[in-house]
Structure formats: structure tokens, C-alpha cells
Design a protein around this ligand. Structure first.
Ligand code: SAH
Length: 499
């Protein structure tokens, strides 16, 4: 077996939005991922489940894995022929010991690549409305580590820094904030020189204190900012209020859990993130294609006027079911398609088929009513859906004496990969919203989380049926006006919405 390769990837300062495409692609192909404390969960969620994840960061009171041992892990895994990704917060070469790791790999003849990352030193100020340079104020920016070796004083040449007149960005400096400000003052910086401390920069939990060199220490202490945080000193900090774009995002500061199945989670999560929300992806259902071939074959010996599909998953399940019995979509060449909503219509369109009937309100009741009202009652209908489909559809058709065949093409299973994390967060009141895009996501969520009360977050539901289910567990619900993802988001960003 040949030697594998180590790819050092800068993960950026927060979630996947600020990860480079090259870094993302390296993660997708990784067999082993060795990561640090600063790497956020959302980035870890981009790692394939098959990859081995090794946490070498400091956790609570546990000490971090010593650098020498990290080097060895990287080398050994690569020697096993594995594709290794070494993930680091921010950029890998800015105070991240990336250089030392590369030297070690070089000495051990192990090939490596480096994928730079977005550094907190520039991105956190940017998200706080501070451009690190600006023609009106300065012509240089300096990034300084304020980390002192154990028991030692800071080794910073404050006089030189002050003479440079540029923007100063101090990393690892929160606990030495007072010393740093004193050092700058002693070196002659103006006591009203603007300064900022940014905690959790670029993350949905970002906080900042803007002040001046003289007063910032006390203000930061009063607000209680914690690590990770960085310090910016310079005239540019005065722009922070004016250019404060990030904290103005409509969902800034809100933590939202998305429970839809993995393959469909992206659109909702991405939209929420773009609006500034802290998104936790936790699929609570997964769909598994499953059809009884004999029953389906027999059903296909009949001809139908209408094919009814009740979810986007049902569309691909239909295609798979047809494949299973050696057919393709042409068996329905003469049929019309009735679908439950826009999402299903869109999925169907991927196969080149336009939906003929879509109810105004996207649920099975309205779909059933639409069929009864608009099709010839001599028509024959084939329903292709999940094994536990709503009875409303079939009962309404039966009552209208419409001939139908109901075939299950897939089943829904419950899952959740963040049970402990979500339990803790719910207990601490740190979740604002949980989104539910079907009644089954509610059941999946409740089955997995399994706590006494679900009343300290808003259950944002796609439609009435979903909301009924959520209410049955005591959840406080809000319902989208017209059963679409966009409409769910509208509910969240409506003004005066206390979610
Ligand atoms: N390689 C990293 C820096 C590692 S040093 C990068 O390029 O960003 C660790 C220090 O970076 C922390 O002590 C803190 O000062 C800063 N830092 C990292 N992430 C941060 C964030 N999201 N917000 C504010 N500061 C951050």
C-alpha cells in the first residue's frame, strides 16, 4: 500500500459558509480527520460518516494532545495509506503550528498539501463592521500573538507597534487584555485610540465591545466576554457601529434546529444561515426506498389516469420502484400527475414531468379535495407514497367512490445524531426554534430526544398536520402560511416575532 497524504485545511473561523471549496472537497474525500478545539460542529458535520475523526483539541479540563503526538498521528495514518485531513481553526499557518506539522511530515517523507483558510484575524473584525485597513486611517495591519509562555511576561515590543500606526490585531490575548492596553499606553498610544474585542467572531453567537484603549478592559470585564476572542486596536474600530452589518441580520442570535432528512436539509439550513441564524442540522427521519415488487408489478398491470405523489422523497422512490420491477417512467406515459406541493412538483420536474394538479394548500386534505373536485369520478388513481401515509387522502377518495390503488414505495425511519447535545441545549433554554417539515419529523425528534417537556422553544411547522402533531407533545407552534420552506422562513423573520 502506498503512503497516503496529509492535507492541512484551514477550517475558517466558524461554520461551512466560511470554509473554502477546496477545503470542503478535501473533507469529503477524507478517510481520517484530525481536528482542533476551535473547529466548529458545523464543519465537523461536513466529514463523511465513514471517516475516522480524531479530536486533538483541549476539552474542558482535559489537556490537549501534545504536538509531538499529533505529528505522529498524522504521519502514522498517512503511512497506513490513508487520506488524512488536518483541520485547524481559521488559517492553518497563522498561529496554528501548521508550519511545524509540515516540517515533521517533510522530514518523514510524507506528502502534504496546504489549503489556506479564512483567518479570524481579518474575518472577525469584518463581521464586527471593522475593515482592518482603510485609506483614511492606516496603511498597515499587524497580527500579534499575545500568548505568554507559562509564568512568563508578554514579549511584545509595544513601542515599535505604536510607532507603526497601523491596525493591531491581537490573538490569544483576552486574558492579557489589561497588560496589552497598559503596554500600549506606556508606549505612548493615545488613551482614546479606538479598540474592540470580538468574541466568537463570524459565528451566530458573536459579541463585541467597542471602546478605547483606556476603558476597554473594564467594559469587557463587565460584559463578561470569553474566549475565543480577539482584540483590535486602531482608528478603524470607530467604523464598527456604522458598518455593523452582521448583527443586523434578521435571525442573528437565534439558534434553529433543522430536522428534515439529510438529503433535503441543505436548502432550509442554508437560507437560515444566510439570515444570520445559528443552524444545527439534525435529521430526525430518513427515508428508505422499499417496495413489495409483486404487489407493485400487479398494480402496474392496470392502467391509471392519475398518479398521486405526496412528497419529494416519493418521486425518487417511484423511480427506484419502477427500476426494481424492470420498468421506467414510460409506463405512466398517458397519466396525469397530482402532487401535494411545490417541492414534490420540483422533484418531478427533474425527470421532465410537469405536475398537472397541485392544491393551493400543500397538505393531503387539500390534495384529496382537489382530486375529488377536478377529476372524472370514473378515473382510476395510483397513489405512490410512504408506508404510513395519511388516511385523509384515501378516505376522501373512497367517499367519492373514486377507484384507487395505494402502494407504498418507501418507509420512514427515525434517527438523530445529536441527542445529548440537543437535550443539553433544550434544558439550558439555548434553542429558539426547531423546524418541522412533516409530522414524521416531529415523531422522529420526540422519539430521539425523549424529555419531559418541549415547551421552551418554538416549533416552526410547515403545515397544520405537522403542527397538530407538535401540539400533541405540548410544543408551542407557529405554522407557515403556505406550506413552503420560504413561508416557514417568513414566519421567523416577521417583525415582533418573539421566537
Ligand atoms: N489559526 C487561527 C488562529 C489560532 S490562534 C486563525 O487563523 O484564526 C487562536 C486565537 O484565534 C484565539 O485565542 C482567538 O484570539 C482567535 N480566534 C480564533 N477564532 C476566533 C473567533 N471565531 N472569534 C474571535 N477570535 C478567534
Amino acid at each position: 500500500m502506498g503512503t497516503g497524504k496529509v492535507i492541512l485545511v484551514g477550517a475558517g473561523p466558524s461554520g461551512r459558509d466560511l470554509l473554502t471549496l477546496k477545503g470542503f472537497s478535501a473533507l469529503q474525500k477524507a478517510e481520517v480527520v484530525v481536528f482542533d478545539r476551535l473547529v466548529e460542529q458545523d464543519i465537523l458535520d461536513c466529514i463523511p460518516i465513514t471517516a475516522e475523526k480524531i479530536d486533538v483539541g483541549k476539552q474542558n479540563n482535559h489537556h490537549p494532545v501534545p504536538q509531538e503526538q499529533i505529528n505522529q498521528i498524522l504521519a502514522n495514518k498517512a503511512k497506513e495509506g490513508k487520506n488524512v485531513v488536518r483541520l485547524k481553526g481559521g488559517d492553518c499557518f497563522l498561529f496554528g503550528r501548521g508550519g511545524e506539522e509540515c516540517e515533521y511530515l517533510f522530514e518523514n517523507n510524507i506528502p502534504f498539501d496546504v489549503v489556506p483558510g479564512v483567518t479570524s484575524a481579518i474575518a472577525a473584525p469584518a463581521y464586527a463592521g471593522i475593515p482592518v485597513t482603510h485609506r483614511d486611517f492606516c496603511s498597515s495591519v499587524h497580527i500579534i500573538t499575545a500568548h505568554a509562555r507559562a509564568g512568563k511576561k508578554l514579549e511584545i515590543d509595544f513601542e515599535s507597534l505604536v510607532n507603526l500606526r497601523g491596525t493591531l490585531v491581537f490573538l490569544m490575548g483576552l486574558s492579557a487584555l489589561e497588560q496589552i492596553m497598559q503596554g500600549l499606553l506606556n508606549a505612548g498610544i493615545s488613551s482614546n485610540m479606538p479598540a474592540a474585542v470580538i468574541e466568537n467572531g463570524t459565528r451566530p453567537t458573536q459579541r463585541k465591545v467597542i471602546s478605547n484603549v483606556l476603558e476597554i478592559t473594564e467594559e469587557v470585564r463587565n460584559v463578561g466576554l470569553k474566549s475565543p476572542a480577539l482584540i483590535v486596536v486602531g482608528e478603524v474600530c470607530a467604523l464598527s457601529d456604522k458598518l455593523d452589518w452582521f448583527a443586523k441580520q434578521p435571525l442573528y442570535g437565534k439558534t434553529v434546529v433543522v430536522t428534515r432528512p439529510q438529503e433535503r436539509i441543505g436548502t432550509l439550513s442554508e437560507k437560515l444561515r444566510r439570515l444570520g441564524a445559528n443552524v444545527i442540522e439534525c435529521p430526525c427521519i430518513q427515508t428508505v426506498n422499499a417496495v413489495d415488487e409483486n404487489i407493485f408489478k400487479k398494480a402496474l398491470t392496470k392502467t391509471y389516469d392519475y398518479i398521486v405523489l405526496t412528497s419529494p422523497a416519493g418521486v425518487s422512490a417511484m423511480i427506484t420502484a419502477l427500476e426494481k420491477v424492470g420498468k421506467d417512467i414510460r409506463v405512466f406515459y398517458n397519466c396525469k400527475f397530482a402532487v401535494i406541493g411545490e417541492g414534490t412538483a420540483k422533484e418531478l420536474k427533474k425527470y421532465g414531468i410537469n405536475a398537472d394538479l397541485i392544491p393551493d394548500i400543500y397538505d393531503s386534505k387539500h390534495l384529496a379535495d382537489l382530486l375529488v373536485n377536478s377529476i372524472n369520478h370514473q378515473s382510476s388513481v395510483l397513489i405512490l407514497r410512504a408506508n404510513e401515509g395519511s388516511k385523509e387522502l384515501t378516505t376522501t377518495l373512497s367517499n367519492a367512490n373514486i377507484d384507487f390503488t395505494d402502494i407504498s414505495t418507501y418507509k420512514t425511519e427515525y434517527c438523530c445524531n445529536k441527542v445529548e447535545m440537543l437535550k443539553d441545549m433544550i434544558k439550558n433554554n439555548s434553542i429558539n426554534v426547531v423546524t418541522f417539515t412533516s409530522a414524521s419529523t416531529v415523531i422522529g425528534f420526540v422519539n430521539s430526544i425523549d424529555i419531559d417537556k418541549y415547551n421552551n422553544f418554538t416549533a416552526l411547522c410547515i403545515g397544520e398536520q405537522t403542527a397538530q402533531k407538535a401540539k400533541s407533545y405540548g410544543m408551542n407552534t407557529k405554522v407557515a402560511k403556505n406550506a413552503t420552506i420560504d413561508s416557514m422562513i417568513d414566519v421567523l423573520i416577521e417583525e415582533d416575532n418573539n421566537v
